[in-house]
Design a binder for this molecule. Structure first.
Ligand SMILES: [Zn+2]
Length: 265
């Protein structure tokens, strides 16, 4: 056990630490109250980020708004528990025109390599790409988990379709919280204890093995349908909610541990 981890275990031994689990994955959850998720954000040619591409600073308005939405929802109202969502690196890339409709494994690998070429140590890489829908789905955002160059890599793809906007017809589309939803998947799927589901998983979307789909909240009631992690909760203008159980689960992400082992463990 490294020093940082040992120190944490000692400091927290009163309430959440089980002796028999030294050196193993602890089965009893640590009560992490504040953790961080460090993102590298890269926007590509023709991604609609609401900024002239020649201006590299400050961060494009759309990206700032969506990061703020994510920061505002992954916390309790008093801030006693929160996931601090940090953009530790950002850049614009004009080397390729990569449309979300045309994404495939090869292209995903290509953009991850671009991202890692800029910055190696992000917990997750967020890519803003042109295109309205992702591959042949109806999705406007996507969270992925891939092993690239022998490194476990967490990826979010954001399309132009996710951008909150008013179309020329007057129709409202997109939602600023799509990024927050996709980051929820990343936080869940990196759960230190292996509990990768939402605390109240969606039972309509059982996979072949009888398990709920990856990290979606149940959507039986009106209230549940407004939940950030419910599938299809993010209609235009909707301000979603989360509950404390979800935040506790998110804070169990390995990225939120004080000794953050990073994405590659
Ligand atoms: Zn989802």
């Amino acid at each position: 056990m490294d020093e940082k981890k040992k120190k944490f275990v000692q400091e927290n031994s009163d309430y959440d630490y089980n002796d028999s689990s030294i050196g193993e994955i602890e089965r009893r959850p640590h009560d992490i109250r504040i953790g961080s998720l460090n993102l590298a954000v890269i926007w590509f040619l023709e991604a609609e980020v609401e900024q002239d591409i020649r201006i590299l600073t400050p961060t494009p308005p759309r990206i700032t708004r969506e990061l703020n939405a994510a920061k505002s929802i992954w916390r309790t109202s008093d801030g006693a528990r929160k996931v601090e969502i940090n953009m530790i690196y950002s850049n614009y890339n004009d080397s390729n025109q990569i449309y979300t409709e045309k994404l495939d494994e090869k292209v995903i690998e290509e953009i991850v390599k671009i991202g890692k070429g800029y910055y190696k140590r992000a917990d997750a890489y967020v890519f803003y790409l042109p295109g309205n829908l992702i591959m042949d789905t109806q999705k406007v955002g996507l969270a992925l988990d891939r092993i690239i160059d022998n490194e476990h890599t967490y990826i979010v793809i954001m399309s132009n379709g996710a951008r909150a906007r008013v179309e020329p017809t007057g129709e409202k589309k997109g939602n600023d919280y799509v990024l927050a939803h996709e980051l929820g998947h990343i936080l869940y799927c990196t759960n230190y204890y292996g509990w990768k589901q939402d605390p109240k998983p969606n039972d309509d979307t059982l996979k072949g093995n009888g398990k709920p789909d990856i990290g979606h909240h149940d959507d039986d009631t009106e209230e549940e349908r407004r939940n950030l992690m419910a599938p299809n909760s993010l209609g235009p203008g909707v301000i979603p909610t989360i509950n404390e159980d979800q935040l506790i689960r998110a804070l169990q992400s390995r990225f939120c541990l004080p000794w953050n082992p990073g994405p590659r463990n």
